[in-house]
Design a protein around this ligand. Structure first.
Ligand SMILES: [Zn+2]
Length: 275
């Protein structure tokens, strides 16, 4: 495991006791076609922000992080040799899958729970959170994609998330969701592969991937024109370690098969095309 603490001037916002915003796992196969990223894997809060004024039981809900996805991502990285780049801080501090300044980048209320520390956040404080957490995370992803491009390594970007089983009295029927937007080619193949496992797969459910409601895939996948997908797993299936292992093993099976089918249909991705 590698630890990459940001060297930005905002390091005073995060103290030496605070965890690094970026944690990297796996990567034993530097030429793996997979790059795994996890925007909402962590629950940390900078000591400067206390507990955000949110009770622990609330912070542990889906509003605080993507429950279970840390275990899935790490086991998947171990199984495939792929690199996993994980963001350590709670999405209640700053949502690393939103553009800075987006109205839900720093939420004042999430699924009915108020976040006192996020009321009336000044532009200066929002910028500190961005520089301390958001920037190093996305810089690390960009650096890895640059390295891969320089070395001529084909990349399939996999953004890992999990979703709460019930929202606004609606019981979500999908075991998992596959999100895509401008380039749906890889996503559609993944939908086929996961459906063949006997699963109920949401096609742009429970969310749609859009230019404004997302950041990671639009910036690192679509803008670079590399194959990409956002995979959402229902949280009750991966709360326990057995479920995390089951899903990691499933994705370790499905993703190489999906890449094989992508190559058959579209050829290898021309890495030199990236911008
Ligand atoms: Zn998420």
């Amino acid at each position: 495991m590698t630890d990459n603490r940001s060297q930005l001037s905002s390091s005073s916002f995060l103290t030496p006791e605070d965890p690094s915003p970026v944690v990297v796992h796996g990567g034993t196969d530097p030429r793996s076609p997979l790059l795994l990223v996890s925007d909402h894997a962590g629950q940390a809060i900078p000591s400067a922000l206390g507990d955000l004024g949110v009770p622990e039981a609330e912070r542990a809900r889906h509003i605080g992080w993507d429950i279970g996805i840390d275990g899935v991502g790490r086991m998947l990285a171990d199984l495939t040799g792929a690199l996993l780049i994980e963001q350590s801080y709670s999405r209640l501090v700053i949502d690393c899958n939103r553009a800075p300044g987006h109205q839900t980048a720093i939420v004042t209320v999430s699924d009915g729970t108020p976040v006192p520390a996020n009321q009336d956040v000044s532009a200066t404080e929002a910028a500190l959170r961005t520089q301390a957490i958001f920037d190093p995370y996305h810089t690390r992803i960009g650096e890895e994609l640059d390295r891969r491009e320089d070395e001529g390594i084909e990349t399939f970007l996999i953004a890992l998330h999990s979703f709460t089983p019930e929202m606004q009295n609606f019981r979500r029927p999908w075991h998992c969701g596959v999100l895509h937007n401008h380039d749906p080619r890889f996503g559609r193949i993944i939908i086929d592969c996961l459906s063949e496992e006997g699963l109920t797969v949401g096609d742009n459910e429970p969310y749609e991937l859009t230019d404004t409601s997302d950041y990671t895939v639009p910036v690192h996948g679509e803008r670079r024109r590399i194959p990409h997908v956002e995979i959402e797993i229902r949280q009750d299936l991966i709360t326990a370690e057995t479920g995390q292992k089951e899903w990691a093993e499933r994705l370790a099976r499905v993703l190489p098969e999906a890449i094989k089918r992508y190559h058959e249909q579209y050829g290898s991705h021309p890495v030199t095309e990236a911008e």
